[in-house]
Design a binder for this molecule. Sequence first.
Ligand code: NAP
Length: 254
Amino acid sequence: MSTFSKIALVTGGSRGLGKNMALSLARKGFDVILTYNARKDEALAVVTEIEQTGQKAAALQLNTGDVRSFDTFVSQFSAVLTDNFGADRFDFLINNAGIAAHTPIGQTSEEDFDQLTNIHFKGVFFLTQRLLPILNDGGRIINISTGLARFTSPGYAVYASLKGAIETLTKYMANELGARGIAVNVVAPGAIETDFGGGVVRDNDQVNRHLASVTALGRVGLPDDIGGVVAFLCTDEARWINAQRIEVSGGMNL
Ligand code: NAP
């Protein structure tokens, strides 16, 4: 049965939200290739967990901030598609990988700015560009933004502006790829308990309680609040959702 499963690529699928997306996609009956940057062991554990659901999975190393490595990555990805999945194309691209960085406008170095830009915008643009030839017509692209692109929190000007760029890019992708039947949407999580930003939302009680107090549903988010939404956007039922920003934040800062 899984021979005919559609295949998703989730960047940054070794931990946090990407891991939850990968597992949610597998529970919907999709096969998954996930990437990691440094934590190979965690990525392989996710692969094992997906295989236990009966779906196929594989993990590949990828630094989404290093555009020069993308041609090699696409070759490796194509080889895995052929060798492990019996396919030469895939169906869903989830541009999730990312890092947090506190960058107050007055104290941000050009180096930090460039690193964030490479990972959160340039990398997403060029990785998508390089993968388009092997993304099936009728497929989906889901980009990941943040609530911080709608509301503000001092110190996140660069990160949030780049996510704003991703939201605009999503509309352009949807427009340019519509002729191929590819729908493109952006999911914007609120504050979620992951390792992100040193795990501050999860581990700093004061921050956690403050964020809960500005969230209509009265708590911060968990990875499980996000992955299922991304998986749903890959289903046939979601086929008419296109070019949308879907905030998944429990109603933050309303
Ligand atoms: P996380 O728990 O820190 O996990 C980050 C993931 O991205 C890991 O799989 C990591 O791989 C990978 N990664 C980090 N740097 C990378 C790089 N240069 N190249 C490739 N992969 C890289 O973070 P998360 O909370 O799941 O965040 C995932 C996405 O959600 C990000 O785009 C983030 O901006 C967005 N987001 C998060 C929150 C939140 O509150 N958590 C809110 C809104 C939006 P390794 O395991 O190998 O390090």
